[in-house]
Ligand binder design. Structure first.
Ligand SMILES: [Ca+2]
Ligand SMILES: [Ca+2]
Ligand SMILES: [Ca+2]
Length: 265
């Protein structure tokens, strides 16, 4: 985390105000989420939760920087500028309606959007993708794979049989710190390509891959249940996993704050 600092208060301005070696490392609440971190979401939360969105609520309570919900908007350099981490939620080209909850269709990512996104990641952006929202990998997974193609990592388009216990974690990777088990449901097997394997399911299939690209970071996770209320209340490791992931997705000299010890209890 760098040195002790010079006594000047750190503020969210893109400058290392206290000269401790870290830019914008502010965490007033000591919750492990940098208060200057700007998170964007692409697509929409899946319809299988009970209507809640603990993921966004949880972030909102831990960082005063509002989450930028890009939804189905075009990915332009202007829109991506200033965002540190993008979480890709359901970005299927199909609309999905479950119990009156509408998850809208997202247009296929265009060549221009893919190039814009690649440039943003290489310049220091972090992206985490999710999958397994529906049994229609042609619409869902193919679109996310398009966005991930420049990094040669993505999802299987044929194997949607990720098993429910993601229980083999690569202890050598920072994202695995303190994690032993996460539940998945109807997930999609990850094709790691150039990525490093971080987690496997009980059948040894890849569930999470990580890749460093230029100054940026990519995480590909084979399910979406970690974005739902039920998983947050049932397994405390889900919160630690998100803290670990957001920390790893952020540039090494920016916004790095300590993970609170109580998250390991
Ligand atoms: Ca600093
Ligand atoms: Ca600053
Ligand atoms: Ca915080």
């Amino acid at each position: 985390l760098g040195g002790a600092g010079n006594g000047t208060p750190e503020v969210c301005d893109g400058v290392d105000n206290d000269e401790d070696g870290q830019i914008d490392n502010v965490d007033a609440g000591g919750d492990g989420i940098c208060d200057c971190l700007v998170i964007g979401t692409v697509g929409s939360i899946g319809p299988w939760s009970d209507g809640g969105n603990v993921f966004l609520d949880w972030l909102g309570a831990r960082s005063p920087s509002p989450t930028i919900e890009l939804g189905v908007e075009e990915l332009t350099p202007e829109r991506l500028a200033g965002i540190n981490v993008v979480v890709v939620l359901r970005a299927s080209t199909n609309e999905l309606v479950v119990n009156d909850q509408v998850s809208p269709a997202r247009a296929p990512f265009s060549e221009v959007e893919v190039k814009n996104f690649e440039a943003w990641v290489k310049a220091g952006g972090g992206v985490m993708t999710t999958a397994g929202y529906e049994d229609n990998e042609a619409a869902e997974v193919v679109n996310v794979n398009t966005l991930l193609a420049p990094f040669n990592v993505g999802y299987s388009t044929t194997n949607t049989a990720l098993s429910s216990a993601v229980e083999n974690w690569n202890a050598g990777h920072p994202v695995s710190n303190g994690i032993s088990y996460v539940y998945a449901e109807n997930g999609v097997v990850v094709e790691p390509g150039d990525g490093e394997i971080v987690a496997r399911d009980e059948q040894d299939q890849v569930a999470l891959a990580a890749e460093e690209v230029g100054e940026g970071h990519v995480l590909v996770f084979g399910d979406e249940w970690i974005t739902y209320d039920s998983e947050w209340t049932g397994n405390r490791e889900v919160e630690l996993l998100w803290v670990n992931m957001l920390k790893w997705l952020t540039p090494v000299r920016q916004c790095q704050v300590p993970v609170p010890p109580e998250l390991f209890e």
